[in-house]
Design a protein around this ligand. Structure first.
Ligand code: FPP
Length: 254
């Protein structure tokens, strides 16, 4: 009895059992937060209104994840491909870290959340970098959930750069080719010492990985939902966790 988390699933729109096992909570959850634009369009709002609501969902889901004992939450906030969007939209997305710092971070600090960032700094405006650095710095001693933003991130670029760096180390004699295994190669990726995600969630009904953590997702359970990211509630999140808990992970074995 005490092994179950009670009181979930209050929303009528989501058919959900009311219990999550505390024994099989995914350690690391990664999310492709998709559908902000369509959420806004459905309401006759500009796309940036969808991104603003998406930022609110970030806080909501971080708190929900922390509540059930998830230790790492990696969120795909901006891909290396997103630069091709209209200028206004990119500008707005680049201002979100500032808004997040101002409006949402204090509540997460109270929850002992530690903010981290993966992706490339090059190309990001100074004000975006400053906001990110401040969020990382203000939370660096926190020991709770790791909230890891993937911003200006792309998985192929990450792997290619990892390959180049490991090649340089091999040429310099710091690494012997025979030593290079999966674990060592992982340390050359941006996720470095973070364990691979156990569960990947993608909202909005799309079922693809969009250049997100391709190496790290090798054995991850995938969960797709039609719900747009700004609508993604605590109950939707718990439903994903429940589904994950019903899966049997075999890692290629029987
Ligand atoms: C995809 O939806 C979403 C994004 C490209 C941006 C996601 C960013 C956030 C939710 C906020 C992140 C918060 C911080 C603090 C960085 P889309 O625009 O592709 O939606 P569509 O497919 O419906 O057009």
């Amino acid at each position: 009895m005490m092994d179950w988390i009670k009181g979930l699933g209050k929303k009528k729109s989501v058919s959900l059992q009311s219990e999550i096992s505390v024994h099989k909570v995914p350690h690391h959850v990664a999310i492709i937060m998709d559908g902000n634009g369509r959420w806004a369009k459905k309401r006759g709002l500009p796309r940036i209104a969808g991104h603003h609501s998406g930022m609110k969902a970030v806080k909501r889901i971080t708190i929900a994840a922390d509540e059930i004992g998830v230790k790492i939450l990696t969120l795909y906030a901006f891909s290396t491909e997103n630069w091709s969007r209209p200028r206004d939209e990119v500008d707005y997305l680049m201002k979100l870290p500032q808004q997040f710092l101002l409006l949402e971070l204090n509540e997460l600090i109270e929850k002992n959340v530690q903010v981290r960032v993966i992706g490339w700094r090059e190309g990001l405006p100074e004000y975006t970098l400053e906001a990110l650095d401040e969020a990382v710095d203000r939370t660096k001693n926190n020991t709770g959930l790791i909230l890891n933003f993937a911003l200006n991130y792309g998985s192929r670029k990450e792997m290619l750069e990892g390959m180049k760096r490991v090649t340089v180390d091999i040429q310099a004699g710091k690494v012997h080719l025979e030593q290079l295994d999966e674990e060592m190669f992982s340390s050359y990726l941006q996720t470095d010492e973070l364990p691979d995600p156990d569960l990947l969630i993608r909202t909005s009904g799309e079922q693809r990985l969009s250049n997100f953590m391709l190496w790290q997702l090798a054995y991850t359970e995938l969960y797709f939902t039609a719900c747009y990211w700004p609508d993604f509630s605590k109950e939707h999140f718990f439903e994903a966790i429940e589904q994950y808990q019903q899966r049997i992970r075999r890692y290629g074995g029987l």
